[in-house]
Design a protein around this ligand. Structure first.
Ligand code: FO1
Length: 319
């Protein structure tokens, strides 16, 4: 079975880890958000790609969910001593080594897809790891304090400024890569990871070609809600939904996936809303244990989603 995971952030990396445990390497493609990418100290940092890479390679700092376990900050200490702009971004020494390599290869003319492939091979990651686009497609955040880059809002300002809107200035111009397109077109199952729909999934849907390919594919499309008992495990999801005037519930999350996904998976703790959610969204709502704090639980969720896809038939479709 050919599986594509559409991912961003820590929830995305954990879902990818679960799938990587049970899907054969050449049949798994992980397509990753690049809307959070930003330059620091002249280097391109791609937090979502790196979080997936470090997680799949088993070197991620598990407590934080991002960065390299046991990393030090001697380089950053110097940058801070020099009051270098952007030194609020916690870049460890080993992490910086990766950013140096990536920035050097990009300056030589390599695409982000090619460099990511070099990195995942070197880190011993065997499935396909694919940026959604090779073009810059930053997410910008319109706040009460003005327009901020994604990391200024998320890290420097701790996601505190109230969000009026998310902006995607490269929307429709940044193109889907051929490899991401091919992976989705030939997939049997596409899983939208339990990532933040506004910060991780929506930026990918803004990439030219992404929505079209998703609407044409044969694959069964399953979206996993990041809410558990109505709350996000990590990150500013609920506050962001309130700021944006969306209902901070699975009903609000489902709105992102209406007309896009076939199945919407919610956590057992939210099962009382299943019937009303199915009615209001038109999605086939299923209940599974979606809390994935470790590889074992992530693998168990991945297994249950794959089992679901082997028996699932599109409503009104041919058997
Ligand atoms: N998140 C933080 O909350 N503080 C940081 O200083 C920070 C540094 C950082 C460096 C590299 C990297 O790959 C991720 C990093 N993150 C940090 C996480 C990152 O901001 C978020 O995971 C995503 O951009 C949101 O999905």
């Amino acid at each position: 079975m050919r599986v594509v995971a559409i991912c961003g952030g820590v929830g995305g990396a954990r879902m990818a880890l679960g799938l990587a445990g049970i899907v054969s390497d050449d049949e798994l493609s992980v397509i990753v958000n690049v809307g959070d990418d930003e330059r620091f100290h002249g280097l391109l940092v791609c937090p979502d790609l790196d979080t997936v890479l470090y997680t799949l390679a088993g070197v991620v700092d598990r407590a934080r969910g991002w960065g390299v376990s046991g990393d030090e900050t001697r380089a950053l200490d110097v940058l801070r001593k020099m009051a270098a702009p952007g030194s609020w971004m916690m870049l460890g020494d080993a992490d910086l080594g990766l950013h140096i390599f990536r920035s050097w290869r990009l300056a030589q003319g390599a695409t982000l897809t090619a460099v990511t492939d070099e990195l995942r091979r070197a880190f011993g990651v065997r499935c396909n790891l694919l940026p959604v686009s090779d073009d810059p497609c930053p997410t910008e955040v319109e706040t009460d304090t003005g327009r901020l880059s994604f990391q200024e809002w998320f890290v420097r300002d701790r996601a505190e400024p109230a969000v009026r809107a998310l902006r995607f200035p490269a929307s429709g111009r940044a193109r889907l890569t051929d490899r991401a397109r091919e992976a989705m077109s030939s997939a049997d199952l596409i899983v939208f990871a339990p990532s933040n729909p506004y910060l991780s999934i929506e930026p990918m849907l803004q990439v030219a070609g992404m929505r079209e390919v998703l609407s044409e594919v044969e694959a069964m499309k399953v979206a996993v809600s990041p809410l558990i008992a109505g709350r996000a495990i990590k990150g500013p999801l609920v506050k962001l939904m309130r700021d944006l005037g969306r209902e901070p519930s699975n009903r609000g999350i489902a709105a992102t996936y209406m007309g896009l996904a076939d199945v919407f998976v919610i956590d057992e703790s939210d099962s009382s809303s299943t019937a009303s959610l199915a009615r209001s969204s038109g999605l086939d709502v299923r209940v599974l244990p979606t809390l994935i704090p470790d590889a074992e639980r992530a693998q168990s969720l991945a297994r249950q989603i794959i089992d679901l896809s082997s028996t699932w038939r599109r409503r009104g479709g041919t058997p």
